[in-house]
Design a protein around this ligand. Structure first.
Ligand SMILES: Nc1ncnc2c1ncn2[C@@H]1O[C@H](COP(=O)(O)OP(=O)(O)OP(=O)(O)O)[C@@H](O)[C@H]1O
Length: 235
């Protein structure tokens, strides 16, 4: 296993065509991310951050280039293998928490396990453990509408981690939160990284927040990698 190049993004390009107009959302991006690193991605609006995240998460396919995770090219996976990769290797969270409104917190967290062939009793045991890991052990039976924004994002984090993925992708996870709650959520991601050996890629335009908690900072501009800084060396 290659610890340093756990995620290898090689000359990745994404072109969107809408009618005669072509938009190069990502151009020739080459990035190497080590296992267990917390990597922040920043850049102005339209610089290609979400495009990169969607390609990394296997939600979209590149126009050129490839992504390797743990030495496997995800660009060459069959539909079935890509679905398995998404389920077992990647957890994703977004600016909107995307919880199922009629499900309690614990049911939301357990939901991905419905598709993972896990017995009901174990689904709820694992979901309860994850809720405790994000500090919400006493809120399991609450509906999303009964939780604050920060608490809803914690439920979304627990749900993203319930299949024990190696990688957590976070696309503007603090975009709907006030600055104090934002800091609490990013600190929690930082702690989860250390406890679980997670590799985290987080998009944010709050550079100060990324500088406080991330190990590395990538800046995109017009779809290209402008810089890739190391903020903290591996301990
Ligand atoms: N489905 C699509 N069809 C056409 N163009 C797209 C599509 N998705 C993104 N784009 C374009 O690609 C470029 C990069 O978009 P992207 O969403 O990756 O940027 P971003 O850095 O995440 O922006 P923001 O911070 O505003 O979310 C933009 O010019 C955008 O308009």
């Amino acid at each position: 296993m290659d610890v340093d190049g756990f995620i290898q993004i090689e000359e990745l390009t994404k072109v969107y065509s809408s009618g005669p107009v072509e938009v190069v959302a990502l151009r020739d991006a080459t990035i190497s991310i080590g296992r267990g690193r917390f990597v922040g991605v920043t850049g102005t609006s339209g610089s290609g951050k979400s495009t990169l995240m969607n390609l990394l998460g296997g939600l979209d396919t590149p126009s050129a280039g490839r992504i390797r995770v743990d030495d496997r090219s995800i660009s060459d996976l069959s539909k079935t293998d890509l679905a398995l990769f998404r389920r077992h290797t990647i957890g994703m969270i977004f600016q909107s928490f995307n919880l199922i409104p009629s499900y309690s917190a614990v049911e939301n967290v357990a939901f991905p396990l419905l598709f993972a062939d896990v017995a009901k009793k174990d689904r709820f045991r694992r979901a309860t453990e994850l809720l405790a890991a994000v500090g919400l052990e006493s809120r399991g039976h609450h509906l999303p509408s009964e939780l604050s924004g920060g608490e809803q994002q914690r439920v979304a984090v627990a749900r993203a981690l319930v299949n024990r993925p190696a990688i957590l992708l976070a696309d503007e996870p603090t975009g709907n939160l006030d600055s104090r709650t934002s800091r609490q959520i990013v600190r929690m991601l930082f702690d989860l990284k250390a406890e679980r050996g997670l590799t985290i890629v987080m998009i944010s335009h709050e550079e100060a927040l990324l500088r406080e908690f991330a190990d590395e900072l990538i800046r995109l501009q017009d779809g290209a990698v402008l810089s890739h800084e190391t903020l903290r060396d591996r301990p």
